[in-house]
Design a protein around this ligand. Structure first.
Ligand code: ASP
Length: 471
């Protein structure tokens, strides 16, 4: 392993000669000497190139912001009057002995020393590698890592296994369109990118793993709507032999632990989290993701609440995913119904009154997660599809594998998925989820750095047996 001396550790080296590998953050040329702010992933430090180090001074005079350099220097304690309290390296200064330029940099397209909110978003996205150098982005991305790491450790401690599920698969209904991927080997056939790992995670319960989780990429081909991204990340989990309350309790424990340990400046308004029925939430707040904060000005107040007892079905005028019934599921077809409604489901009556086992979790007016106890009996799941007007043949083709798995000895099970980006957005006081993703797409679903989506070469289309209709 290469031993680096990091900027954050310089104070520990007072009186020593060290070498740092850094970016030039700022250069202040005073003619006879040059001041440099040096930056690495851990922070910044001030360096000074004195007139007696002539070679170093000559190099320093050429340096520009964002050049990458290796600097050898002496760590000096600052005179008392120059000490900056409470600032990283406010008590030291690096006296530069020599500088090696590792790479030059063109003049940055925009200022990275600010929080970036004053810069047009498209400009930032086009040069995201540069934008990510700003302190705000470095913090967001590093907190994202810490949150994911915390979730992994917590769930590992609760006997969960992290299991990857396929990205090339068949559509799973989550109320959106799926992205299709053409198969070259099987011309005319397509994979779908998952809208969620829903079916696979239930199949993992059939497979006897009992506790699964995954930090899962989900892809949904939606018309561009506000703060959505075509691909986003879920913290997805599923558990066997549990009740609704078990899943809610586990998630509540994890969220509280996460907030307390990683965001100590935040206050959770009410613990245990309040539980509202869908009817109560709609009546009192007019939404199923209520903002129940007592002080909406307080940036550090987090008001979590659960919403339960959703209707299982709603009327639809649209053709459902592939059926033609006038009822459709409200969340996903695999969600169960409360025990007292199982007869209604089996007899396909009082459909509009059937209450599901769905639970959603809201925080400060955002839906940050949702899940449910599932239907684990094949005959019950079949009824859902029948209510939605699917033919027997359709049920078999699209969901035969799920029915067969349920019929193979699948335990009662349930789970949840958090919208990880949205949760991070609120925790990091950001206005949209793009600010907590390393490489987000625009609101119109474009990656303007990589220029995706883009037309495919004629040869590729030919191999895939695809012809594109010219508009
Ligand atoms: N698959 C669901 C979703 O993506 C979450 C769940 O029910 O566990 O919203």
């Amino acid at each position: 392993m290469i031993m680096r001396t990091y900027i954050k550790d310089l104070s520990a080296h007072v009186g020593q000669e060290i070498t740092v590998s850094v970016w030039v953050d700022v250069r202040r040329d005073q003619g006879k000497m040059v001041f440099l702010d040096l930056r690495d992933v851990t922070g910044k430090a001030q360096a000074v190139v004195l007139p007696n180090h002539t070679e170093a001074l000559e190099v320093a005079q050429k340096l520009r912001p964002e050049w990458v350099v290796e600097v050898r220097g002496l760590v000096n304690k600052r005179p008392e009057k120059n000490i900056k309290e409470g600032v990283l390296n406010g008590d030291i200064e690096l006296e530069v002995l020599s500088i090696v330029v590792l790479n030059e940099a063109e003049t940055p397209a925009f200022d990275i020393s600010t929080d970036g909110r004053e810069i047009g978003e498209e400009v930032r996205l086009e040069k995201k590698y540069l934008d990510l150098r700003r302190a705000r982005m470095q913090r967001n991305i590093s907190m994202r890592h810490k949150v994911i790491k915390h979730v992994r450790a917590y769930l590992d401690g609760q006997s969960f296994l992290e299991i990857e599920t396929p990205l090339l698969t068949n559509p799973t209904p989550e109320g959106s369109r799926s992205y299709l991927v053409p198969s070259r080997v099987h011309p005319g056939n397509f994979y779908a990118l998952p809208q969620s790992p829903q079916q696979y995670k239930q199949l993992l319960m059939s497979a006897g793993f009992e506790r699964y989780f995954q930090i899962a990429k989900c892809m949904r081909d939606e018309d561009t709507r506000g703060d959505r991204q075509p691909e986003f990340t879920q913290m997805d989990l599923e558990m066997s032999f549990v009740t609704r309350e078990d899943v809610m309790k586990l998630n509540e424990g994890l969220l509280i632990d996460l907030v307390t340990k990683l965001f100590p400046e935040k206050k959770i308004q009410t613990v245990p989290f309040p539980v509202l029925t869908y009817a109560e939430a709609m009546e009192k707040y007019g939404t199923d993701k209520p903002d129940i904060r007592t002080d909406k000005e307080d940036q550090n107040l987090l008001a979590f609440c659960w919403v339960i007892d959703f209707p299982a079905f709603e009327k639809t005028t649209e053709d459902t995913v592939d059926g033609n019934g006038d009822w459709t599921f409200t969340h996903n077809p695999f969600t169960g119904v409360k025990d007292e409604f199982i007869n209604d489901l089996m007899e396909k009556k009082n459909i509009g009154n059937i209450i599901s086992t769905q639970y959603d979790i809201a925080m400060n007016g955002y839906e940050i997660g949702g899940g449910g106890i599932r239907l684990h009996k094949p005959e019950a799941l079949r009824k859902v599809f029948e209510i939605m007007g699917y033919s027997d043949e359709r049920i078999e083709t699209n969901f035969g594998h799920m029915l067969a798995a349920l019929a193979s000895g699948t335990p009662p099970h349930g789970g949840i998925a958090w919208g990880l980006d949205r949760l991070l957005m609120v925790l990091l006081n950001e206005p949209n989820i793009r600010e907590v993703m390393a490489f987000p797409k625009t609101g119109e679903g474009k990656d303007i750095l990589m220029q995706a989506p883009s037309p495919a070469p004629e040869k590729t289309l030919k191999e895939l047996g695809i012809s594109v209709q010219k508009k």
